[in-house]
Ligand binder design. Structure first.
Ligand code: 26W
Length: 808
């Protein structure tokens, strides 16, 4: 199954360098070699892609279309080489040609076409869908600029543009012949012909959507799938001399629209902002995608009447919700179906995954914007809304429920309700989250159509997040389980439990972790000049910065530890390093202040001699997929401390667990299911449960009382207020916690309520760490039981219960 030996790979690389850059390996730069490597692998995958597509058509297989405004792919070179089974050969070939393989891999920019969890999940699922040989295509936008690069300047986040395509475009295959035209604005004209009412959109602004395909290889299979990224272009060049004045203006408008649509990824995570450019992006990518699917379907079957039998469209949160009216538009306006038939097919084709219950993340578009930007789509949404409302009224006869389930209400279009009405399935991403959707957020909809509501707990690509990035652990697993069976059958990891009392195994596990810590320390030193002590506990919180994720709770505890050390310089015996990594949305001022606070505290502690070899805080700049790949294998403690009920699932938690880190966490999201398999004895649980959070809020939560009552807490908060040696004070954060600010209630996320329990959990963790054997055993159990969090399991559940497609 290996497409190359080291020698044939060397030849292919040499030929590629020659053809593309006119250079020999001796003359080529690292960048050129990185591109050549990508092109060589891309060729193999492209050839396999032709075969996969042929087979799908020949066998008339049902296809999955995964629509997401975000695909956080990260790097592809090592991953593709791994999946194609040529990673050792590639390493060797690069070395033989005079390059350092590690340097070539490290050069590749991340394809950062996403913000966080939702985007990375899409990337992991693409790998699993391919490995499980499901005919699947991902669709998104080929953003010119991905998620911004974060620089820390004087403790504060500064955002820089991420020009990933310079080198990253080596993976992309432009397909101009499959371009689609997407229309915005204009006016509607209706007329009768052949006994039907027809609608045409006139004077619209047209934008060309050009596919740039990224081919994705599966593991241990010849099956390949495609990530189709739409690029925006003007339909025709602006040419003053050729056009009359009116046409010139139209062309100029089209060009301006084309230039902006695919320019940049919106960096807000879990926060909705009703920007018209964002709606343009959504419709651009949805319309191009639906047209492309419909065109291919018509090519194969000659009709759209069996569309739902051969296609399923999974939408990643509500961002692609316009697929519902867009399918209706195509079925009615272009295929001439009547409403009922079109609705029947649409609602059998679409499924919606919800990824958040935060009210501020729910998309609600102003109807005036819809109306001017997408007049035909707006008409269709109105009809969907009216019919849905009648259905709800007839079912409940309750105006409150009618209002709650309405698609159009108060001058806004509520995208989640549109997805629920227009889809066959709605799923949450962890057991707890799906229950909250059913019992709370979408309670009324669930009362009417309970069969639609499902759960699929998230999963991660364990080949990338364990085997590829942690070769030491991969080696141990192979030795203990008798081979690489776990790569395709992740539950095989369970066999590790049998070695819980095998001292030699536990010691080897500890040694692997230590080596990984040394490797990470070297990486941190080389790439950022940060000095880490590999003998300290690596206690890590990496994720987007958001108040509900409670990085600030982590900070409060560190301040408490620091104060303890000031009282008693011997209070800490075990060196403890707290590592943070987080990007804040550029407009989220409080999140940016928390980043600054972490840096102030890091600086304070670094300059205080009593902390030397005891306490350290490090903020890792520009946290991203490739940094996570270096960090996960070296982590020992995983901080998953969100306010219970707020984190839909979490997937970082799974990556840590798989790499043997122990979790300090609340019973939130998928932590609940981690606890189910681990028990109290293999993780450090703390804090209020989701129902307790709700009750406390209902009954009136007054954080000031805790401040008055609890001296340790009071001292920490007072320290915030007083500030640090860099002269920066955090009165604003102090006020926000005790009294509320900017319209937010005091301590909205209950940090103070969970503070003592959290300190206790940290203390238990440090005590356990001192018992090396116990710690290593717990670590082994974590790895052993992480198999259920493999994306293969999650994707198989989607395939069986929602998509109804067969898989390996
Ligand atoms: C419209 C602005 C916006 C942008 C992104 C709203 C919401 C989002 C995402 C849905 C936020 C997100 O990434 N959610 C995360 O999804 C992960 C994958 O399911 C979960 O593991 C995380 O718990 C959830 O926060």
């Amino acid at each position: 199954m290996t497409p190359f030996t080291t020698k044939t790979l060397e030849e292919a690389l040499t030929a590629k360098l020659m053809l593309n850059f006119g250079k020999t390996p001796e003359e080529a730069t690292d960048q050129e070699m990185m591109k050549a490597s990508a092109l060589v692998l891309r060729d193999v995958m492209a050839i396999r892609g032709v075969e996969t597509n042929k087979q799908t058509r020949r066998e008339q297989k049902k296809q999955v279309h995964y629509l997401s405004l975000e695909f956080l792919m990260g790097r592809s070179l090592m991953k593709n080489a791994y999946n194609l089974n040529v990673l050792p050969q590639l390493r060797e070939a690069l070395e033989n040609l005079g390059f350092k393989a590690a340097d070539i891999f490290e050069l590749e920019p991340d394809a950062g076409l996403g913000n966080g969890g939702l985007g990375r999940l899409a990337a992991c699922y693409l790998d699993s869908m391919t490995t499980l040989e499901i005919p699947a295509t991902g669709y998104s936008i080929c953003y010119e600029l991905g998620i911004f690069k974060q620089k820390i300047v004087e403790g504060q986040q500064v955002e820089l543009p991420d020009n990933w395509k310079d080198l990253g475009a080596a993976w992309l295959l432009p397909k101009p012949e499959e371009a689609q035209t997407v229309h915005f604005g204009g006016t509607l004209r209706e007329f009768w012909a052949d006994g039907h009412l027809h609608t045409v959109n006139e004077n619209a602004t047209a934008v060309l959507a050009v596919p740039c395909d990224m081919v994705v290889a599966g593991y241990d299979t010849n099956h390949v799938n495609t990530l189709r990224l739409w690029d925006a272009r003007a339909t025709k060049p602006v040419d003053m001399s050729l056009f009359s004045r009116g046409e010139y203006l139209k062309a100029a408008e089209e060009e301006a629209m084309a230039e902006t649509i695919a320019k940049v990824l919106y960096p807000e995570d879990n926060h909705y902002e009703g920007k018209s450019l964002r709606l343009k992006q959504q419709y651009f990518f949805v319309s191009a995608t639906v047209q492309s699917i419909a065109t291919k379907h018509l090519d194969t079957y000659g009709t759209l009447k069996n569309f739902h039998e051969k296609n399923v469209i999974q939408i990643n949160d509500t961002h692609p919700a316009l697929v519902v009216p867009e399918l209706m538009r195509i079925f009615i306006d272009e295929a001439g179906m009547n409403w009922d038939e079109a609705w029947e097919i649409t609602t059998k084709s679409v499924a919606y995954t919800n990824h958040t219950v935060l009210a501020e993340a729910l998309e609600r578009w102003p109807q005036s914007l819809m109306e001017t930007l997408l007049p035909r789509i707006w008409q269709i949404i109105q009809e969907i809304s009216a019919r849905w409302q009648r259905k709800v009224e007839n079912f409940y006869h309750d105006p409150a429920k009618t209002q709650n389930m309405a698609i159009i209400w108060g001058g806004e279009v509520r995208m989640a309700n549109l997805c629920i009405a227009g889809g066959m399935a709605v799923n949450g991403v962890s057991g707890l989250h799906s229950e909250i959707l059913k019992k709370d957020v979408f309670k009324d909809a669930c009362g009417m159509e309970p069969w639609k509501f499902q759960n699929v707990t998230n999963g991660i690509d364990h080949r990338r997040w364990l085997s590829e990035i942690n070769p030491g652990l991969d080696g141990l697993i192979r030795d203990l389980t008798g081979g690489d069976d776990y790569l395709m059958h992740p539950l095989t990891l369970r066999k590790l439990d049998d070695y819980a009392d095998d001292k030699a195994v536990l010691e080897r596990l500890a040694e692997i972790k230590h080596q990984n810590k040394v490797a990470f320390a070297n990486h941190a030193k080389r790439s950022r000049g940060v000095i880490l002590n590999p003998d300290a506990i690596f206690d890590v919180q990496v994720k987007r910065l958001h108040e509900y994720k409670r990085q600030l709770l982590n900070v409060l505890h560190i301040i408490a530890l620091y104060q303890q050390l000031q009282d008693d310089p011997n209070a800490i015996t075990q060196p403890h390093t707290f590592l943070f990594g987080a990007k804040a949305a550029p407009g989220y001022a409080v999140a940016k202040r928390i980043i600054q606070l972490i840096n102030s505290l890091a600086d304070q502690i670094a300059h205080d001699p009593i902390c030397k070899d005891k306490l350290q805080v490090v903020f890792l700049e520009n946290y991203r997929v490739s940094l996570a790949e270096h960090l996960m294998p070296a982590s020992e403690v995983s901080q998953q401390i969100s306010t219970a009920g707020k984190e839909a699932s979490g997937t970082g938690n799974m990556k840590f667990m798989m790499n043997g880190a122990l979790t300090i966490g609340t019973l939130d999201g998928a932590n609940v299911e981690m606890h189910d398999v681990l028990g109290d004895e293999n993780m450090f649980l703390f804090g209020l449960h989701a129902d307790e959070v709700e009750r406390l809020k209902r009954e009136g939560y007054v954080p000031q009382r805790l401040y008055n009552r609890d001296e340790k807490l009071r001292r920490c908060l007072d320290a915030l207020r007083a500030g640090f040696r860099d002269g920066v004070r955090y009165e604003d954060l102090y006020q926000r916690l005790l009294f509320g600010s900017g319209g937010s209630p005091a301590d909205e996320y209950l940090l103070l309520a969970d503070f003592q329990a959290y300190c206790q959990a940290e203390k238990r963790m440090v005590e356990t760490y001192a018992d090396r054997e116990k710690w290593n055993r717990m670590s082994l159990h974590n790895i052993a039981r992480s198999g259920i969090f493999a994306a293969d399991r999650a994707v198989a559940e989607y395939a069986d219960n929602i998509w109804h497609v067969s898989h390996k």
